[in-house]
Design a protein around this ligand. Structure first.
Ligand code: HEC
Ligand code: HEC
Ligand code: HEC
Length: 353
């Protein structure tokens, strides 16, 4: 600025030339300002795209949900912009990460993918989380077992109890939704507290299954979501579960809710649907290019409530249909099911192609 002012003096009365000189001298600064403006605009656009399309898996503040990876980490920020672009444009083969680029049949233009890349590289993630929250798009918390401190102390008091209580913490937060509060299994997943399993699998086998998942089933790979020490602790817990039983330690059960078709439950389900499902299944369940219509007689008349709940909880492995069992309580899933069921009376016979 001072340089420009002194130059102005130098040109004296040659005002036109002076004006020109200033314009030329200011050009680099203006370019920087313009580049900043573009970056700010890109982050803003990316923010809205992120809030409506990515939070269900990557979390409101990029922290990651269940087995889905975090984006708020140095590894991702250090990725080449082109690699990030390709990941979002083309997705990752054989994972839940879908292709979002329009060239790949997705919903975003190149510009939109670029703005997401800018967001991921530049975002102050706590501000992103706050913005997502303002929009009311923060995903529901995971279905976890609430274990009180007294129970943890009881477990920690057992022999090598520190490992057991560490494993229990991991298990209660990440695994109960499918494997049951006391590892007794559920309609979604087998029991883990089982002599048969302990005889069949070595610790190394268990570790491999937890790290890599079981392709084509609801069992995701946890490699990116859990540190190795957590996986070791949960393997030790599965191996040593009988010690808990022997000590009379049982975890609180997670309540199962029957389908409630009251107007309040349907309204609650409708709200969850709007929040979590419309971006793929469309407003009122009429479908989008990303996912089939749910609001049609063919689907609703042929699919039992229990099956709908199971699909929502478990997702459809090998497709972009996420498994919600880890994020939504059974009551939430039942409410969404009640909402979908409430559409049946007026649903068109067949989904529009
Ligand atoms: C249905 C769940 C799901 C949704 C929705 C989703 N992702 Fe992903 N994303 C994943 C999974 C799973 C991976 C890890 C894939 C792998 O193992 O390589 C991933 C990986 C990524 C990565 C690479 C991270 C890394 O460490 O290599 C980026 C970047 C990314 N996603 C961005 C996005 C953006 C942006 C959106 C929204 C437009 C989005 N994702 C929506 C599931 C999802
Ligand atoms: C979304 C549901 C889901 C979640 C959450 C989940 N699992 Fe699984 N898990 C499954 C399913 C389904 C299988 C059975 C896969 C198959 O058919 O081989 C399985 C299998 C396993 C097995 C092998 C069982 C056997 O008999 O071979 C282990 C071990 C396991 N899970 C551990 C875990 C741990 C530890 C966690 C938490 C970190 C976890 N799982 C979270 C669904 C889940
Ligand atoms: C990231 C996109 C995406 C989101 C978000 C999503 N779904 Fe899906 N969903 C899909 C896809 C894709 C399919 C089709 C899978 C297949 O090919 O079988 C599907 C299938 C389904 C089906 C089975 C439909 C049928 O005809 O068999 C149900 C039910 C369902 N989703 C419910 C939901 C509900 C409820 C939500 C919100 C809690 C939701 N989905 C969120 C992508 C999504």
């Amino acid at each position: 600025m001072t340089k420009q002012l002194s130059l102005l003096g130098f040109f004296g009365t040659l005002l036109i030339v002076a004006a020109l000189g200033i314009a030329i001298l200011r050009e680099p600064a203006r370019q920087v300002q313009a580049a900043d403006d573009i970056r700010v605009a890109a982050v803003e656009e990316g923010l809205d795209l992120y809030a409506t399309n990515c939070v269900v898996c990557h979390g409101a503040g990029g922290e990651g949900m269940a087995a889905y990876p975090s984006l708020d980490n140095e590894g991702v920020r250090a990725m080449d912009a082109e690699d990030l672009f390709r990941t979002i444009e083309r997705g990752r083969y054989n994972t839940a990460m879908a292709a979002y680029g329009s060239e790949e049949g997705g919903i975003f233009t190149d510009m939109q993918v670029r703005s997401l890349v800018t967001l991921i590289q530049d975002a102050p993630w706590d501000a992103v989380a706050a913005h997502v929250d303002e929009l009311g798009l923060t995903p529901p918390a995971l279905a976890v077992a609430e274990i009180d401190a007294a129970l943890f102390e009881q477990v920690a008091a057992l022999e090598d109890g520190a490992t057991l209580s560490a494993g229990l913490d991991v298990y209660a937060t990440n695994c109960v939704a499918c494997h049951g509060a006391n590892a007794e299994g559920s309609t979604l997943a087998p029991a883990l507290d089982s002599e048969e399993l302990r005889a069949r699998l070595t610790d190394a086998d268990m570790t491999r299954i937890i790290v890599q998942g079981v392709p084509g089933t609801l069992m995701a790979g946890w490699e990116r979501a859990l540190p190795a020490a957590d996986i070791d602790a949960v393997v030790a817990l599965i191996r040593r579960w009988p010690e808990l039983s022997a000590a009379g330690i049982a975890l609180p059960a997670i309540e199962a809710a029957p389908i409630d078709m009251s107007p309040a439950a349907i309204a609650g389900g409708s709200k969850l649907y709007d929040l979590l499902c419309t971006q793929c299944h469309g407003i009122d369940g009429y479908g989008t290019p990303l996912a089939p219509a749910l609001n049609n007689q063919t689907f609703l008349s042929q699919t039992e409530d229990a099956a709908i709940q199971q699909i929502i909880a478990g997702g459809v492995p090998g497709t972009t249909m996420p498994s919600w069992g880890g994020y939504l309580t059974e009551a939430d899933i039942a409410a969404i099911t009640a909402y979908l069921r409430s559409l049946e009376a007026t649903a068109p016979a067949m989904a529009a192609p």
